[in-house]
Write a new protein. Sequence first.
Length: 132
Amino acid sequence: MITTFELKSIVYGIIKSSDFKTLINGDVYIDTRPLDSLKNDVVIGALQVPDQVLQPSTVLVNIYAKDIKSGTSYLPDLALLNNVTKLLMPLFDEVYLENKKTYIEIEYQRDYKVDGVNERVSVIRLKTRTIQ
């Protein structure tokens, strides 16, 4: 059986080996990012993996981007979010990892504003299927 730890580690490795650092000033984290991070970071999380022959699961890739101060207001850094999202999405376009018997594909992408802070998140939701 594959675990959520393994799925997050697989996605972490794929992102870490990409050129994401050319676009953002933060880093990649599993589950949580540093408290009060002032950087643009990527955080990877996973949902449950059922114990069955075909193990479907979900991995979430969250891209955080601080808003840009403009006068007395803040504007979302949509260009940064878009560029990082477009850089990372192709990395998960129908990937099969033979050694793990795991298939990864993009389920969808969305974005939202984080409550209480001046930043937005782009979420890439990945579908995984592992054969036990």
